[in-house]
Design a protein around this ligand. Structure first.
Ligand SMILES: Nc1ncnc2c1ncn2[C@@H]1O[C@H](COP(=O)(O)OP(=O)(O)O)[C@@H](O)[C@H]1O
Ligand SMILES: [Mg+2]
Length: 267
């Protein structure tokens, strides 16, 4: 197993080959995971879902997390998003240590609202709110007035090219449109970190590719750090970094291997 290369140390060591040309090495690290592990249950029933894992993702970086079902992808993402408590390790998000062999005492809900946008496999939109209301609600929860939240939500839906569906209820949107609204909701408070757990799993290949292209645009234009889980190798073209989990062991794939993985058929 190759040790994960932290972007900051790679830059310090002059390993510019690790860094794609369009991603300046001085970009700040948004999320740093050091030796994070997770064991579910105890005794004979214990399942070590994550062996000590390390990764770091910078502003504007699009990172893919690959791996078969049950390899620990969701466990890692949920740990980074402060939803699931790891067993050990350290997590720093946007300069704030949130976990160090235990939560560090921050207000997780408020922190998550400001710093993390999460996109699930299923869109999880509130069924009785329209597209624009779903997006505006998240802003309102963050203290933005209703009128301003609605204005910004409309702008965001325009950016995601679904402004014309703003007044529709989720049930009246296609799968791809629902997922774009869900992305809008994740972006609502302009979080520095976007996490997506198999966001294309419920979509056909073409719509899935569009959602991935959108995540790429978000990383580039809005300079968010984006980590997206996928088990579909066809979806990883255009990623800056590719990680792979197998039985809870995380490794970073070298560029050539990542390209080969992208060319491999989906399983
Ligand atoms: N809440 C839980 N309780 C017990 N075991 C769990 C729980 N969540 C996940 N696991 C186990 O941890 C491993 C990794 O799961 P998961 O992170 O969901 O994998 P992936 O997202 O890669 O499919 C699996 O063996 C799974 O059964
Ligand atoms: Mg999963």
């Amino acid at each position: 197993m190759t040790a994960p290369v932290l972007a900051s140390s790679a830059a310090a060591a002059g390993m510019s080959a690790e860094v794609p040309a369009e991603l300046p090495a001085e970009r700040p690290v948004v999320v740093e995971v050091e030796g994070v592990s997770k064991t579910f249950g105890s005794g004979e029933l214990a399942v070590q879902a994550l062996k000590p894992c390390s990764l770091s993702v910078r502003q504007g970086e699009l990172a893919a997390l690959l791996g078969p079902s049950g390899s620990g992808k969701s466990t890692l993402l949920l740990s980074i998003s402060l939803i699931l408590e790891p067993s050990a390790g350290r997590i720093v998000i946007n300069g704030q240590e949130v976990y160090n062999d235990g939560w560090t005492g921050i207000d997780d809900r408020a922190f998550r609202r400001r710093n993390i946008g999460f996109i699930f496999q299923q869109h999880n939109l509130i069924p009785f709110l329209t597209a624009i209301e779903n997006v505006a609600l998240v802003m309102q929860l963050n203290g933005i007035g209703r009128r301003e939240a609605t204005r910004r939500a409309r702008e965001l839906l325009g950016y995601l090219e679904i402004a014309h569906r703003a007044e529709s209820l989720p049930a009246n949107l296609s799968g791809g449109e629902q997922q774009r609204v869900a992305i809008g909701r994740a972006l609502a408070n302009e979080p520095p970190l976007i996490l997506a757990d198999e966001p294309t799993a419920a979509l056909d290949t073409e719509r899935g590719a569009k959602v991935m292209a959108l995540l790429r645009k978000i990383a580039r234009e809005r300079r968010s750090a984006v980590i997206t889980v996928t088990h579909d190798h066809r979806m990883i073209e255009g990623f800056d970094t590719v990680y792979r989990l197998d039985d809870g062991v995380l490794r970073r794939l070298p560029a050539a291997q990542a390209a080969a993985a992208a060319a491999a058929p989906a399983h």
